[in-house]
Design a protein around this ligand. Structure first.
Ligand code: HEC
Ligand SMILES: [Cu+2]
Length: 473
């Protein structure tokens, strides 16, 4: 392998430096390095370079009278490119080479060999930005890592497509939301692959070989790369905010013929009123393919109306008219779903679910007809009010313990209050309990019955509830 020995010029004002190297090369590397001359100053070196045309210049790193920065500026960074080695023999066991790299004296031999075995190649230890073979190697790494990024991205997109994060999409509003999700997953998959592939590739391919104590190549920056990694994320974020705003507008598009439903959340149930027909229901019945506008409010704390199949979600706020929020859904699939409360709202928050049923227009009309006629039996009516107004969330009718006392056998019984007084349950007591829940508190229970739950109940409805409670023996 070794061809013609490298022609070296030694620059040092200390003759010992040159003599030492000279004898080292003569003894050990005669076939690799031939010292063609020695220079004590920069001027001498310049003259010698012109005359002798050496392949490389070895500069005494520690020589203060020699200006090594001048050498670097002229021959590494300047016009005339020349292989330049800065060698320090002063630092005891350490030899310093080319300014940024230091190596143990024991490594210098191996380094010299590697160095002379690559004629025309880069000076080992020097940033070899201009070498053709280095460029080829860099390209090879980039192409390999690029292919890996594409493969990992594709695998991630396929994998993420298989994961069902959300149930079937059952509303028109779900479409723009799901397509945003898909797009975001793709970009996320690509960015994840880009970062992780390059990181793992570097960790594996460029890991330190055993016995190598050298520093890595010194880099001060790469303007092109920095501009790219600022502009690309900027464009990505701007694109997503534009697409997001467009999708949001699409989910809020108003259909003037929308079906109006008033949705009231209270701890811990939902109530649905259809003002057009004066219907109150504990389940949300919707006709398919017709937009429904839900006017959301709350009687107590903040709740959040969420049917995952419809994708859209909106808080239900207490505070009256001014705080009513609208949510628009156009169901596209018939079937039974569930509305959940998506805002932690107290003890039974997790069970604050109500049925949502999407039916054909004909079935919807039939349901409306069946709801408008009220049963003649006040007990049946009372049961309906207890369900529709959410009393059942806290009061059982079978004697089991709930958040509130059971209604089974309540009427006519003696109840002990918090202050020790005893009350016999009659109409007046029940009316008071509903209208002013905080007036008297049953012993062993907290004062958590919603204070304004009674405000939407008429006296007649309360009378029905009393009959209903009376019937629960
Ligand atoms: C968030 C839970 C909750 C809801 C909803 C609720 N209550 Fe209550 N209720 C309680 C608790 C707790 C008590 C016992 C403490 C008290 O006296 O305020 C109670 C007490 C009562 C009592 C007195 C019972 C007794 O044993 O003396 C009546 C009657 C009553 N509620 C009726 C209703 C009616 C009617 C509704 C629906 C319109 C309703 N409650 C909704 C929690 C609730
Ligand atoms: Cu809630």
């Amino acid at each position: 392998m070794p061809g013609r020995p490298q022609r070296a010029l030694i620059a040092s004002s200390h003759s010992l430096f040159g003599q030492g190297l000279l004898s080292l090369f003569r003894k050990r590397h005669a076939d690799q390095v031939e010292v063609v001359g020695m220079a004590a100053t920069l001027e001498e070196a310049l003259a010698a370079i012109d005359q002798l045309d050496p392949d490389l210049v070895i500069v005494d790193y520690d020589d203060e009278t020699l200006n090594r920065d001048e050498f670097l500026a002229r021959f590494v960074e300047g016009e005339k490119k020349l292989r330049l080695v800065l060698l320090s023999l002063a630092a005891g066991e350490e030899a310093l080479v080319y300014d940024r790299r230091s190596m143990a004296a024991s490594q210098v031999d191996a380094w010299l060999e590697e160095w002379s075995a690559t004629p025309g190649g880069a000076t080992p230890g020097a940033p070899a930005a201009h070498s053709e073979s280095h460029r080829r190697k860099t390209m090879k790494h980039l192409i390999l890592a690029g292919i890996l990024v594409i493969l990992v991205t594709a695998a991630l997109i396929l994998g993420l497509d298989k994961v069902t994060l959300l149930p079937t999409a059952a509303s028109a509003q779900a479409l723009p939301i799901d397509s945003m999700f898909r797009l975001e997953f793709m970009v996320i998959a690509f960015l994840f692959a880009l970062i992780v592939v390059f990181m793992l590739y570097s960790i594996l391919v460029f890991r330190r070989k055993s016995g190598d104590a050298t520093d890595a190549v010194h880099m001060t920056g790469n303007t092109r790369l920095e501009v790219v990694w600022t502009i690309v994320p900027l464009i990505t974020v701007l694109t997503f905010s534009y697409l997001g705003a467009r999708s949001l507008a699409e989910t809020q598009r108003i259909d003037p013929k929308a079906l109006e439903v008033e949705v009231t959340g209270s701890q811990w149930s939902w109530r649905f009123d259809y003002p057009e027909w004066g219907i109150t229901s504990s389940e949300l019945m919707l006709p398919v393919n017709r937009q429904a506008v839900l006017h959301l409010s709350s009687t107590d704390v903040i709740h959040s109306f969420w049917v995952p199949e419809f994708r859209v979600k909106q808080d239900a706020l207490p505070g009256g008219e001014a705080f009513v929020r609208d949510l628009r859904v156009t169901p596209t699939q018939m079937g039974s779903f569930k509305v959940r409360c998506a805002e932690l709202c107290g003890l039974q928050h997790a069970y604050m679910e109500s049925p949502v049923v999407v039916v054909s227009q004909a079935d919807f009309d039939a349901w409306i007809a069946s709801q408008t006629g009220l049963p003649d039996d006040p007990v049946l009516r009372g049961a309906k009010w207890a369900k529709d107004f959410g009393c059942a969330a806290c009061h059982s009718i079978d004697g089991s313990q709930g958040v509130g006392p059971t209604w089974k056998g309540l009427y006519g019984h003696q109840v002990t209050m918090e202050d020790g007084s005893v009350v016999t349950v009659d109409d007046a007591y029940i009316i008071e309990s509903i209208r002013v829940p905080g007036a008297r508190i049953v012993q062993g229970y907290a004062n958590i019955m919603p204070a304004n739950i009674g405000q939407d109940l008429s006296d007649a409805q309360i009378a029905d509830i009393i009959q209903y409670i009376q019937s629960l023996k």
